[in-house]
Design a protein around this ligand. Structure first.
Ligand SMILES: [Zn+2]
Ligand SMILES: [Zn+2]
Length: 155
């Protein structure tokens, strides 16, 4: 585990409990979004006695300190992913095909949100700003697939 993560835990007064560290590991190793139940089933491989409420609590704690992030998927499922930037001040791009996540730090988005805040005289909850689509790799794969389909049809 990165010392950076250990520091974040320490600075937020969270102990390095084995379960907490395991959840971080599971999230870090996963290439896709995970539901609390999926995290739970991985965690159960290591710990005999761990309940789903514990998993929910750990996920919430880690979200508050920006180690992981939570999103609501298009089919209304609560899912979590590991945030590589570990800060609250950025957005995420989520691939609808592979579930991959990229941290986006765009000054254009920053400025736009700032402008909106001024215009509406409000505070925007930036966590709700979620960008979804098809990632670079899936776009490439899709292109390949459609070329293969064409080749088959032309035969
Ligand atoms: Zn991030
Ligand atoms: Zn993708």
């Amino acid at each position: 585990m990165k010392t950076e993560i250990i520091e974040i835990l320490k600075n937020n007064g969270l102990k390095k409990t084995p379960k907490r560290l395991s959840v971080i590991e599971i999230m870090e190793e996963s290439e896709k979004l995970l539901t609390p139940a999926e995290v739970w089933s991985s965690l159960k491989l290591k710990f005999n006695h761990v309940g789903l409420p514990t998993v929910y609590r750990i996920l919430q704690e880690l979200e508050q300190i920006h180690i992981i992030k939570q999103i609501l998927t298009a089919d209304n499922q609560m899912k979590y992913f590991y945030c590589h930037a570990h800060s609250g001040e950025h957005e995420h791009f989520i691939c609808e095909i592979c579930g991959g996540v990229e941290c986006i730090n765009s000054s254009k988005i920053r400025n736009m949100l700032q402008e909106l805040e001024n215009e509406l005289n409000c505070v925007i909850d930036k966590n709700l700003f979620q960008i979804q689509g098809i990632c670079k790799n899936c776009k490439k794969m899709n292109k390949k697939l459609s070329i293969t389909e064409r080749e088959i049809n032309e035969d």
